[in-house]
Design a protein around this ligand. Structure first.
Ligand code: UDP
Length: 290
């Protein structure tokens, strides 16, 4: 859901949100207009919706743009929705349906014992050695291995010699109290943070106290302790990424993940990509098709 000047509304904007904003009578008329224009059950990005020539649809688009996208995107990226790659705001389309869920995937869930346990179990294997505090600062550190899967920022392999690849970061501020109605509330128009997550609403944990986190978007400069979370995908930055990638041509390095591929991945998408790469490498190594 979103918190819009204190009022809680379903996000992604959908036909339930439409009724809340316009009232049921006008909402139903507008619903038919939207269904006629885009089809029952369809999904449309806010930037495309704003191109509508129909004054009623344009008014809905302007409401959604002003109250859900503009200020949130300014917080998150320091840029307007027009300035960032269209695929980014397209991640949260307007839904011409009554589906209130943030994600529409058929299967959604949480690991039974949490992510920490999941990764502990994955790494607890006799063929896996973990070396912590071992910074790979340059590509020459990697000469010896046969196959390397690299998941860090590509520019750092080359001492950032063409300049830093730009990222956005987040400052996660944890607080403890009983807090909100939903697992995640987006603050689309007010406050400096973009959202508050209350974990026990996601896990179903029963406890008198609670833990919430507020996400404050911040710039990423590459300084000690800073974490790059989001690649800032635009023509200039993608060209810089390609320049670094060119330096890896003919090397035994496979780039994988949000950082190394300078891409916006969800967890399911990157898990699939990792499995595909693993299959490919195993096939090369032992000739077995998994
Ligand atoms: N967005 C927005 N308002 C919202 C939710 C999303 O403006 O309430 C825009 C914003 O630009 C954001 C993008 O859509 O960066 C993608 O949102 P998503 O929730 O997928 O971001 P993530 O969870 O990856 O941070």
């Amino acid at each position: 859901v979103g918190n819009v000047y204190g009022k809680i509304i379903p996000i992604p904007f959908n036909l339930n949100t439409l009724n809340l904003v316009y009232g049921e009578e006008k909402g139903n008329i507008l619903k038919e207009k939207l269904e006629d224009a885009y089809g029952v059950g369809s999904r449309i990005s806010i930037l495309d919706l704003r191109k509508s020539k129909d004054p009623d649809i344009k008014a809905i688009a302007d409401y959604v743009y002003e109250n859900i996208f503009l200020k949130y995107t300014m917080k998150q990226w320091g840029q307007t929705p027009e300035e960032i790659a269209p695929s980014v705001s397209g991640r949260v389309p307007v839904l011409i349906s009554y589906d209130n869920r943030y994600f529409q995937d058929k299967y959604q869930g949480m690991p039974l014992d949490g992510y920490t346990k999941l990764f502990e179990n994955l790494l607890n294997h006799e063929n896996i050695t973990i070396k912590l505090n071992t910074k790979i600062t340059c590509i020459e550190d990697m000469k010896e291995a046969k196959n390397i899967i690299y998941t860090g920022p590509i520019d750092e392999l080359f001492g950032c010699k063409y300049g830093r690849l730009p990222y956005r970061s987040l400052n996660f501020v944890f607080e403890k109290e009983s807090y909100q109605s939903h697992g995640v509330v987006n603050y689309t128009v007010s406050e400096d943070y973009t959202r508050i997550t209350e974990f026990k609403k996601l896990t179903g944990q029963k406890d008198d106290s609670t833990t919430i986190v507020k996400e404050y978007p911040i710039p990423y400069t590459g300084g000690e302790g800073e974490i790059p979370y989001y690649s800032i995908m635009n023509e200039e930055n993608l060209a810089l990424y390609e320049k670094y990638k060119e330096l890896l041509k003919d090397r035994n390095i496979h780039l994988l993940g949000r950082l190394a591929e300078y891409k916006y991945y969800n967890m399911d998408g990157i898990t699939l990509k990792a499995l595909e790469l693993a299959d490919e490498l195993v096939k090369q190594e032992v000739g077995i098709n998994l």
